[in-house]
Design a protein around this ligand. Structure first.
Ligand SMILES: CC(C)(COP(=O)(O)OP(=O)(O)OC[C@H]1O[C@@H](n2cnc3c(N)ncnc32)[C@H](O)[C@@H]1OP(=O)(O)O)[C@@H](O)C(=O)NCCC(=O)NCCS
Length: 421
């Protein structure tokens, strides 16, 4: 039988530099990275000041790490839900598969639930790890690549405002203002703390060649940015440079289009590689030749774990109206999300933008849909479809019940998470 023996997680003071160094180095080793420098650890220690860190020591050595912190997740309709974000999950190669992750995760989920938090969130290093704890993939993304020489924007593409080029350190406030706006505009957005921004915009926080392409609206307010890094390459005196864009945030169609036109028309550049785009990215629709853009593999991005189903479902807004009875089967020992709920959304309750709130009540009625905790998490932001889950055997019910639930859970846009942690 697997056992963690006498090894127990213990909390770690994020201001204890020596302990944070051991924590970071243990995580670096397990993530196969070079060890963090004292300068990086100093800024990390500030970044994590209010976070919950835990570790497992064996003979004085840190052999497992776990971090969680508070952030706000944007739900369908724009409301913000406080969530427990989990990161730095590592177990040393010498201690794997003894149940250490299980022990640390269960403790963290129970503590979050005790604090009244309705949802935990994480990015998974591997997609096979977290469903067993009730997590499901709630957002997805895919890279897009533009063949620059073939790009021509349509005559009717949205235009307006101005584009500027900056070094990241020059426009920290603008980056922050844009992200604060865009993360509220789409389900899956996450708030970033002041410390997060200080950490990422510190000297050396971005790769050295990172430039900011900043868009301002007609009033001069920043409404979009791209972080871009030109990668020069020469084939027999002919440029074959790539423009790598790890992040592009745009609050308006004009900002999105203006930034992309600038990137695609940059001299010497043959391709623009946009990482992690939402699945409904409008780029192909902006171009005269939509085959100038190719899409890479679709990947799971933000994973959620519902700890309090009535609270999570009541906090989001609904695009569809009607009623569905959903039974959630939660096979984890704590069964946080287990139960049968009636979700009722009234047409008359729609606001000016078409969103309505649901009444979510426990019921003993027969369910229309029966699904697992991980499937519920995948549906929460509208990023998965009940019918697709049913086709995979991950949701069961009558055809009409499944359809009703599918209409109810569907949303206006694909959810997307703009912040990797
Ligand atoms: C992933 C990791 C944290 C797992 O830790 P661990 O202590 O070995 O996990 P546990 O022993 O608690 O495993 C619990 C279950 O998850 C399974 N599991 C663990 N890691 C897995 C993986 N990478 N893929 C698939 N299943 C995995 C185990 O087989 C076990 O299954 P079982 O209960 O059916 O026997 C550890 O292997 C690790 O640090 N990996 C490298 C870094 C990493 O990927 N971290 C995650 C960051 S999001």
């Amino acid at each position: 039988m697997r056992t963690t023996g006498s090894l127990r997680p213990e909390p770690l003071d994020p201001t204890d530099r020596e302990a944070v160094t051991a924590f970071r180095h243990a995580a670096d080793r397990t993530f196969l990275q070079t060890l963090g420098t004292p300068e990086e650890i100093a800024t990390l220690s500030r970044l994590m000041a209010g976070d919950r860190l835990s570790r497992i020591l064996d003979g004085g050595r840190t052999v497992a790490t776990f971090r969680s912190f508070d952030t706000d997740l944007t739900l369908p309709g724009g409301s913000a839900l406080p969530v427990n974000a989990v990161s730095a999950v590592t177990v040393a190669a010498t201690h794997r598969r003894r149940g250490i992750l299980t022990t640390m995760m269960r403790a963290d989920l129970a503590a979050a639930r005790d604090r009244g938090v309705a949802v935990s969130a994480l990015f998974a290093a591997e997609a096979g790890i977290y469903a067993r704890f009730g997590f499901g993939p709630a957002t997805r993304s895919a890279p897009l690549t533009l063949a620059s020489p073939r790009v021509r924007f349509r005559e009717d593409a949205p235009v307006g405002g101005t584009v500027e080029l900056h070094e990241p350190g020059e426009v920290g406030a603008e980056l922050r203002a844009v992200q604060e706006r865009t993360r509220r505009g789409r389900a899956g957005g996450l708030s970033r703390s002041r410390a997060w921004w200080q950490h990422t915009t510190r000297p050396g926080g971005f790769p050295a060649a990172t430039r900011v392409v900043l868009h301002r609206d007609e009033d001069g307010e920043p409404d979009g940015y791209a972080l871009s890094e030109g990668i020069p390459a020469w084939d027999h005196e002919v440029s074959n440079a790539r423009m790598v864009v790890p992040q592009l945030l745009a609050a308006t169609p004009e900002a999105y289009c203006g930034i992309l036109e600038t990137l695609a028309s940059t001299d010497l550049v043959r391709s623009v590689e946009l990482a992690d785009r939402p699945l409904d990215d409008p780029l192909p629709w902006l171009l005269v030749d939509e085959r100038a853009v190719t899409s890479g593999p679709v990947r799971d991005a933000l994973w959620l774990r519902v700890l309090d189903a009535p609270a999570a479902l009541s906090a989001r807004s609904w695009w569809g109206t009607g009623e569905a009875v959903v039974e959630v089967v939660d096979e984890t020992p704590e069964a946080f999300a287990a139960g049968t709920l009636r979700i009722a959304v009234e047409e008359s309750g729609r606001d000016a933008e078409g969103w309505a709130r649901a009444e979510v009540t426990p019921t003993t009625a027969d369910p229309d849909v029966r699904l697992g905790a991980d499937a519920l998490a995948a549906l929460l932001l509208g990023g998965s479809d009940v019918m697709t889950l049913a086709a995979a055997g991950r949701a069961g019910g009558t055809r009409s019940g499944l359809r009703r639930a599918a209409l109810l859970f569907g949303t206006d846009r694909e959810p997307w998470c703009d912040t990797h942690f």
